[in-house]
Design a protein around this ligand. Structure first.
Ligand code: ZN
Ligand code: ZN
Length: 213
C-alpha cells in the first residue's frame, strides 16, 4: 500500500504530493511547486528523513504553479520529469506566465523528459498509479489513480465543490466536463480525490454536490 505526504507551496497555494511505498521507499513527486529555498528544504527534508528513493516527477499539467520546483527536484535527485506530451505548448508560455506573476522560474521551464499516455501504469514500489487523461483545464492534463488505495490525484481538473478554470490557453469547458463525468466519475464512489489546490473530497460527494457540472 502507498502512503503520501502533501505540502502547500508557492503564492498559488498549490498542493504538492509525495507518494511513496513505505516498504520499498520508492516515491514519486506529483507537481512539486516549491518556489523558495525554504519550501525546497521542506520537501527535501521530508524525502530525506523518510529515506525515500525518488523515481520521477509527475506533472499533472504544465501550469506554472505546478512545475516551479521541477528543476530543483531534478537537480537534487537526478530524476526525470514525466508528463503528457500535450503539455509542451503550456511550457512554452510558462516563462511569460512566470514574469506576469513576478516569479523567478529559471530552469523550471525545461520541457518534460518522459511522455505519459492514457492508461499507462507507473510503478511505485509494490503499487501503481494509472494515468487517466483529464484535459479541459489545460492541454495534456492528467489524473493519477491509485486503484488499490482508492485515491485519485486530479491536478486542477476537479476540486472539492469546484472545477478547474477553463479560460486559460488550452482550456475547454465541454472537454473538462467530459473528463470529469466520463472518466473521474466512473471511478468507485468512495475514491478519495486529492486536488491541485484546496481540500480533498470523494467521487461520491462531487457527483452529488458539485454545482459546476
Ligand atoms: Zn492549472
Ligand atoms: Zn494550479
Amino acid at each position: 500500500m502507498l502512503k503520501f505526504e502533501s505540502f502547500i507551496f508557492n503564492p498559488f497555494a498549490e498542493n504538492t504530493y509525495v507518494v511513496y511505498d513505505d516498504d520499498t521507499k520508492d516515491c514519486v513527486i506529483i507537481d512539486p511547486g516549491c518556489s523558495t529555498p525554504g519550501e525546497e528544504n521542506e520537501l527535501f527534508g521530508f524525502i530525506d528523513s523518510q529515506r525515500l528513493k525518488p523515481l520521477m516527477v509527475i506533472s499533472t499539467h504544465g501550469h506554472i504553479d505546478h512545475i516551479l520546483g521541477n528543476a530543483a527536484v531534478k537537480r537534487r535527485y537526478g530524476i526525470k520529469v514525466a508528463a503528457h506530451p500535450d503539455v509542451r505548448n503550456d511550457y512554452e508560455s510558462v516563462r511569460q506566465q512566470a514574469m506576469l506573476f513576478g516569479l523567478n522560474t529559471g530552469a523550471a521551464c525545461e520541457l518534460p523528459d518522459v511522455d505519459l499516455q492514457d492508461g499507462e501504469n507507473i510503478k511505485v514500489g509494490n503499487s501503481t498509479l494509472e494515468v487517466i487523461c483529464t484535459p479541459g483545464h489545460a492541454r495534456g492534463s492528467i489524473s493519477l489513480y491509485a486503484e488499490m488505495e482508492g485515491w485519485v490525484f486530479t491536478g486542477d481538473a476537479l476540486f472539492c465543490r469546484s472545477i478547474g478554470r477553463t479560460d486559460l490557453a488550452g482550456g475547454d469547458y465541454a472537454q473538462l466536463r467530459e473528463s470529469i463525468k466520463g472518466r473521474l466519475f466512473r471511478l468507485p464512489d468512495d475514491t478519495e480525490v486529492f486536488s491541485g489546490h484546496g481540500e480533498s473530497t470523494t467521487v461520491f460527494d462531487e457527483q452529488r454536490y458539485n454545482m459546476y457540472l
